[in-house]
Write a protein that binds this ligand. Sequence first.
Ligand code: HEC
Length: 176
Amino acid sequence: MVVDTNEMTISRDFRATLNGPIWALAFSPDGKNIHAGGIENIVYSWPVATLDQSEAMAGTPRSFLEKPETLKNGERQFKRKCSICHTLTEGSARKAGPSLYGLFGRRAGTVADYTYSDTLDGADIIWSSDTINALFDLGPDHYIPGTKMPMQRIAKQSDRDDLIDYLRTNTVQKEK
Ligand code: HEC
């Protein structure tokens, strides 16, 4: 939203979060546009001064590749909550976070092609069911204070369990 701080009223509402989480928000260098990126692989850009409400984010259809209800819970958790930032195969690609390939038994902060925060680089954690569970039970900001991984918690134990099962079978080389 754009808030008029003289009147303390909402002057524009982009209705952005109605279509899933927003992970990144920034003004263009000239300050004329606001950009928002979320769960989808596209960035929205709106002129701050002349917002056309018909182009608010909430009015645009979602571009999920698969219908969430056709996926098993663990896969759905990963696709909705992690896949925008992490690959499961070798190579981190141009994603915000490191590849999760070979995650189990891996020491935190050790993917070669990824530039970690100072906090994760050299952290003592070994990734396992227990440590991944704690990461999302407590949230990255509490489990590893100072990490650049964004705040998020997965409240339900069954969702964390399903996600961990999915990761366990999908972060290793599959048999051909
Ligand atoms: C918006 C981007 C984003 C999302 C969404 C996200 N992560 Fe991350 N993740 C990161 C970043 C960035 C880092 C590196 C943090 C650092 O260097 O401090 C990271 C680090 C990690 C690490 C540590 C990896 C290592 O090599 O030590 C794990 C494990 C992890 N994420 C798992 C997940 C899982 C599972 C999900 C989904 C529930 C998820 N992340 C969602 C951005 C994200």
